[in-house]
Write a protein that binds this ligand. Sequence first.
Ligand SMILES: NC(=O)c1ccc[n+]([C@@H]2O[C@H](COP(=O)([O-])OP(=O)(O)OC[C@H]3O[C@@H](n4cnc5c(N)ncnc54)[C@H](OP(=O)(O)O)[C@@H]3O)[C@@H](O)[C@H]2O)c1
Length: 206
Amino acid sequence: MSTISIIGSGKMAAAIAGRIAKAGHTVEVLGRNATKAQAIADQIGAGATTGTYGAAPAGDIVILAVPYAGAAAAVSDFGSTLAGKVVVDIANPVAPDLSGLVTPPGSSGTQEIAKGLPAEAHIVKAFNTIFGHVLAKGEPLDAFIAADDAEAKKRVSTFLESLGLRPFDVGGLHMAQTLEALGLMMIGLAKNGAGTWDFAMHVDIG
Ligand SMILES: NC(=O)c1ccc[n+]([C@@H]2O[C@H](COP(=O)([O-])OP(=O)(O)OC[C@H]3O[C@@H](n4cnc5c(N)ncnc54)[C@H](OP(=O)(O)O)[C@@H]3O)[C@@H](O)[C@H]2O)c1
């Protein structure tokens, strides 16, 4: 049982917050729009709170649930309060027309966001390959994670397991590039071959 902070109060923030509350953790929603943050906390119940946007998050794990385009600004808004935190980046840094990624060659959104974090923060890529409405159903799902810091990765793995997700470590932070490409592939699949956004990636071992 722990407190998990979420920066953002949109669709993914709501879906992740719901899942966290069901797992018995306490959710703190940190939205720049206080009304929207409060609405999520009210909807979640289970002791969910709203902190002050830009002030120190209550949780040791802080989920950054904002679009890639706003991530650097959000990280800057929290500044040194993120020192010592495990920051989970969930962004799919896709172009507005969903045609491709907007990240610099050889980098990922997560690696770019990391540049704005205090040195004492540890960033982990997770959740970007799960659609919010699928996550919100509460079913078991596979969850891919990438990070350089082994301890942070372990903590996020344990956290994901507590949500009923099956964590799969795909490697170091550079693999966030691949996870973001996978996120883009899922969008292409939804718009083309699958013909629906109602699906999840699943690893079938053996
Ligand atoms: N939706 C999905 O199925 C899905 C799946 C996987 C990953 N993701 C990723 O999850 C992230 C959130 O997606 P979403 O669907 O939840 O988006 P959303 O519903 O549009 O919500 C975005 C949230 O980010 C906040 N925000 C935007 N710019 C900000 C800034 N500069 N500073 C602070 N907060 C800012 C918004 O605040 P306001 O309400 O004040 O505008 C809003 O609360 C994105 O990176 C997306 O790529 C989404």
